[in-house]
Design a protein around this ligand. Sequence first.
Ligand code: NDP
Length: 448
Amino acid sequence: MYVENVIEKVKLKYPDQKEFHQAVQEVFTSLALVIKKDKKYQESAILERLVIPDREIYFRVNWVNDVGKIQVNQGYRIEFNAAIGPYKGGLRFHPSVNAGIIKFLGFEQVFKNSLTTLHLGGGKGGSDFDPKNKSDGEVMRFCQAFMNELYRHIGPYTDIPAGDIGVGGREIGYLFGQYRKLTNRFEGALTGKRFDWGGSLMRPEATGYGCVYFAEEMLKERGETLAGKICTISGSGNVAIYTVEKLYHLGAKPVTVSDSKGMIYDEAGIDVALLKELKEIKRVSLEEYIKFRTNAKYIKVGDYKEDTNAVWSIPCFAAFPSATENELNGKDAKTLLQNGCKCVSEGANMPSTLEALDLFLRAKICYGPAKAANAGGVAVSGLEMSQNASMHPWDFETVDKKLHNIMENIFSISSQTAKEFAEPTNLVLGANIAGFRKVADAMIDQGV
Ligand code: NDP
């Protein structure tokens, strides 16, 4: 009853924050067993404390566009929980951003960061600013205006933002430049920086590579590998690109990618160099892909069955949702399972609806929930913080080895915890309980 009551209170208190309800429901439902087993969590009101962030910062961002017109956006930084380390989590710039989305992301981040075994608390931020179709000058002025407020809340031992949707190397550069000018300090207050001025090698690759390493671990336990297997990927941003790249390293064949306007099905295998050129450099629609790869198919959003995602209609052995939340619903999950999909490793945050998640768990396929499978990004951000603190950068192989090790450990702790609670294939339960225990115990140790 305790768990259900807290979930209900969250829904009543924040009626419009649907994504936040979904994240709380997903995590707390799987905590029921540990809450029942160990009374200290209820006695210390841990769940009530976990659903309210330490602090929510909302601010106005004024900037001037290329034709001299004043633009106004909403900025957010939600510092969720710092029981095991400074707040850490990305910034998202996308028109869909609102308080509910940032809260769901921040809440998930708390448990994800705990799973990495690094000392990182959870937070998230962003803005409803849309970097698409803006000049570099406009993006720079927006980032500077955003940092004019944010800088007073962050720092290497307080809160260390990073990238997310719409925030890549370019945006981190402008944000860091303004932080440095305002504070007169060159310090690791942001991660995702370019290597030449304080970044870590492997950070751009980390989330995608880590997500594939996680899939590899899940499959290894069942005596399977990705070699020679057809894989489908959604998204075509940072996470999707490096998922595709790592799948090739392991001998798999990635055949799809997508963006907000449509999807590509390239039966011969996605051309990674072309994908990087279109999405990292030119920043254009994926529709351009078929001009260069004439045998590939392009399906526009809206041209496929309503209420389903065309990416998940392509038969595959393993699926890697890497675009955004709720991009894979119950219908998509049924199609994937009917077509023989044996593994889903989530690169995006909360890409599967609760119905889809339930279907994957019942089918007992290898299902890697986001907070475990995509933790490679924040893990390498943590490694970037270590390199900043010691002023000593590591080479690519060293960071890759550490990332691989962290992903193996996340799988191992999630799987062991699932077994402890007699649900050996349920990594949702395993990851949620393992992530929760460390944070909750730290909160109890540190008093009210
Ligand atoms: P990018 O901005 O680099 O790419 C996002 C991709 O998803 C683009 O292809 C974009 O299409 C597509 N997309 C975004 N929003 C929507 C939408 N509402 N509907 C359909 N497609 C959409 O972001 P990332 O690759 O960094 O992030 C992808 C996911 O991974 C997010 O859920 C993020 O939270 C998660 N994540 C990212 C991490 C990182 O290190 N970057 C770490 C952990 C999780 P278009 O190009 O048309 O906009």
